[in-house]
Write a protein that binds this ligand. Structure first.
Ligand code: GDP
Ligand code: MG
Length: 279
């Protein structure tokens, strides 16, 4: 697969903003996409977030593999100074789950303020790769549509502070984590979950990579949806999907149409609950 090499200017800018802003916040809410939770991490970010309590949110739980999500949640919960919850942010009512955990994570600071008779807002910064659902979560938590959302990378620009009723202020952007594209497997996963803009990638190669992952980890979803033989190669399986769907072009396989179709099916969750990362 062609090397994915993409680092748009606004991400470099957001990194600079984030480096400055992170010093002023009391905790982080790290939003991960359940379809590729580990791919959503950027190890270079760890140095910035040192000593801050972190609430990991494994978001889009409606689309990810429940068994893998459980394993990831266990791993992240065992990390020091952090908690981890599983969420579908598009369903309302995240407050009741998240707010007590935020207070718990910032307990020491809250007690310190209380002892001093201060009634200060605590600040939480929402971070995560593009399209992981940060703005959706912010809207969910404040019960209003304050942050702009969208099903593609880079919808949120500029800085947004949102006050919650529980004494916290949330900072949406500049929490956009620059994607970790050093590793091609990670880059592919991020492209498949829509964290990297689609136009810059070869969609057919991406679809082929998806089918390879599905053959290996979720053969039944391919068999059930397209009635294909998953002992074949990824290319043969793609061709069989094309035949199954009657996606033909002048009597030949319509590769472009089949590839974009399979990618869409995955994005919409039509192939079942899938997590691309090995956990
Ligand atoms: N299925 C599903 N979609 C979600 C969920 N959370 C967010 N989304 C969708 O993912 C897309 C990106 O969300 P957005 O909040 O703009 O992501 P951001 O770039 O991290 O701020 C939007 O189309 C949301 O509706 C979820 O829990 N489940
Ligand atoms: Mg956003």
């Amino acid at each position: 697969m062609a090397k994915i090499n993409w680092f748009p200017g606004h991400m470099a800018k957001s990194l600079n903003q984030m480096t400055g802003e992170i010093k002023n916040v009391d905790m982080l809410i790290y939003v991960l996409d359940s379809r590729a939770p580990f791919s959503c991490f950027n190890p270079k970010f760890d140095a910035l977030s040192i000593n801050k309590p972190i609430l990991y949110v494994i978001n889009k739980a409606d689309l990810g593999d429940e068994n893998k999500i459980k394993v990831v949640q266990q791993k992240l919960s065992s990390m020091q100074n952090s908690k981890c919850i599983v969420l579908t942010s598009t369903t309302s009512g995240a407050n009741s789950t998240i707010e007590p955990i935020m207070k718990e994570l910032c307990k020491a600071k809250l007690e310190k303020y209380k002892a001093k008779g201060m009634n200060a807002f605590l600040r939480a910064m929402v971070v995560g790769v593009p399209n992981s659902g940060k703005s959706t979560l912010v809207n969910n938590l404040c019960g209003q549509k304050k942050a702009i959302t969208g099903d593609r990378a880079g919808v949120t620009r500029g800085k947004q502070w949102v006050k919650l009723k529980n004494g916290f202020e949330l900072l949406d952007t500049p929490g956009t984590l620059w994607p970790n594209l050093d590793n091609q497997t990670i880059a592919t996963n991020l492209a498949l979950i829509g964290s990297i803009k689609g136009e810059i990638l070869d969609q057919n190669e991406l679809a082929l990579s998806l089918v390879e992952i599905l053959i290996k980890s979720y053969p039944n979803s391919l068999k059930e949806r397209y009635n294909v033989d998953t002992t074949k190669t990824a290319l043969e399986v793609l061709e069989d999907i094309s035949i199954f769907k009657h996606f033909m072009l002048k009597g030949d396989i319509d590769y472009d149409r089949t590839c974009s179709f399979v990618l869409e099916e995955f994005k919409k969750g039509k192939l079942g609950k899938i997590t691309l990362d090995e956990v």
